[in-house]
Write a protein that binds this ligand. Structure first.
Ligand SMILES: [Zn+2]
Length: 127
């Protein structure tokens, strides 16, 4: 991340503190902004100098994006399952994924997941 030349506005204008994270964040009042107060410990620049704190690092961003992708996917599955008046689709999906990834006890994984799915949806055996 690149440092701004100036952080903040009006009377709170400050040059960057290069030991701190380069991210511009809103201040406590919510009206102004300033440089992140956390120590720069991630994302080295071309000279090997750290530019971001852990919270604002590229890695943290990637992890957040992956999490929200996963959350969006699970929400989508839930929505589709609701259409058929079923719940527990993510449980089934997780079990299938475990099996596809080489689960050692596929029979148990599948039957456990089915049992939970049937119980949640009040499906009797033989239907
Ligand atoms: Zn930061």
């Amino acid at each position: 991340m690149k440092y701004n030349e100036i952080y903040g506005r009006n009377s709170s204008k400050r040059p960057p503190d290069l030991s701190r994270c380069a991210k511009s964040v809103s201040d406590a009042s919510g009206w102004g902004s300033g440089q992140c107060s956390r120590k720069a410990v991630c994302d080295p620049d071309e000279n090997g100098k750290f530019t971001t704190c852990k919270q604002h690092s590229e890695l943290a961003k990637k992890i957040r994006e992956e999490k929200s992708d996963k959350a969006a996917r699970e929400k989508d599955i839930k929505r589709r399952m609701m259409y058929f008046n079923l719940t527990g689709g993510t449980d089934l999906l997780k079990a299938l994924e475990a099996i596809a990834a080489g689960d050692n006890d596929t029979r148990k994984t599948a039957s456990d997941a089915l049992e939970i799915f049937k119980a949640k949806n009040k499906i009797e055996d033989g239907e």
